[in-house]
Design a protein around this ligand. Structure first.
Ligand SMILES: O=C(O)CCC(=O)C(=O)O
Ligand SMILES: [Fe+2]
Length: 205
């Protein structure tokens, strides 16, 4: 990803040090088949509405039971196809900020599997990579690629606003989870919005 920005290969490695304070973690999730009435209540959504992960890079072990979907730029949800022993790599908010939006955070959700897999439990192992807590999530404007496309130092944040560190961003997102009042987007009624640290965050239905 660093090379894609024409930056030294180790650029992101240095922002994710083994000994630094940070909250990179692994999540194990086991989803059990649910009765139809529960599926109706949640309209088939298993884990969160469409969301972005708050860190930089997420690695998911490809699962034979389909449930993960990714939102395309065309507004369509697509199943992530299973490939044996493959890893799915998703960019998160941190990566979107550090790259000034060049790498967009993947909007994804977990839904009830297709008909022929509905009776199966699903196991999910997810590595959620976050930058070191003290990394400021300003775009890496040394990147010739970002310079060519004219990314500004404040990137997605309002100019003059305090740019959050990885620690500030993860705390802001986790502490507001389910607390903030969400407003239906004026542009798309399937999207609800909230503002965190001056950044518009979207929740996709
Ligand atoms: O279970 C999955 O495939 C994805 C889980 C996920 O999106 C998350 O833990 O943030
Ligand atoms: Fe996720």
């Amino acid at each position: 990803m660093a090379l894609g920005l024409e930056l030294p290969e180790e650029t992101f490695v240095k922002l994710h040090e083994f000994d630094a304070v940070g909250e990179t973690h692994v999540r194990f999730l086991k989803y059990h088949p649910r009765p139809d009435e529960d599926e109706e209540k949640t309209r088939g959504v298993w884990l969160s509405k469409g969301h972005t992960d708050l860190g930089t890079v997420t690695l998911l072990y490809s699962q034979a039971v389909s449930a993960l979907q990714v939102l395309g730029v065309d507004g369509r949800w697509r199943w992530v196809k299973h490939v044996d022993n493959a890893l799915i790599v998703n960019a998160g908010d941190g990566m979107e900020f550090l790259s000034g939006g060049y790498y967009r955070a993947t909007v994804h959700r977990v839904v009830q599997p297709p008909q022929d897999q509905r009776n199966l439990p699903r196991l999910s192992i997810v590595y959620l990579g976050l930058a070191n807590d003290d990394v400021k999530l300003a775009p890496l404007v040394d990147s010739p690629v970002l310079q060519r496309i004219g990314v500004k130092e404040y990137g997605r944040f309002n100019s003059g606003a305090e740019i959050p560190t990885m620690e500030m961003w993860r705390k802001a997102r986790t502490s507001t989870y389910g607390q903030n009042e969400l407003k239906v987007s004026e542009k798309d009624k399937n999207v609800e919005e909230e503002i965190i640290n001056g950044v518009l965050l979207r929740h996709y239905n």
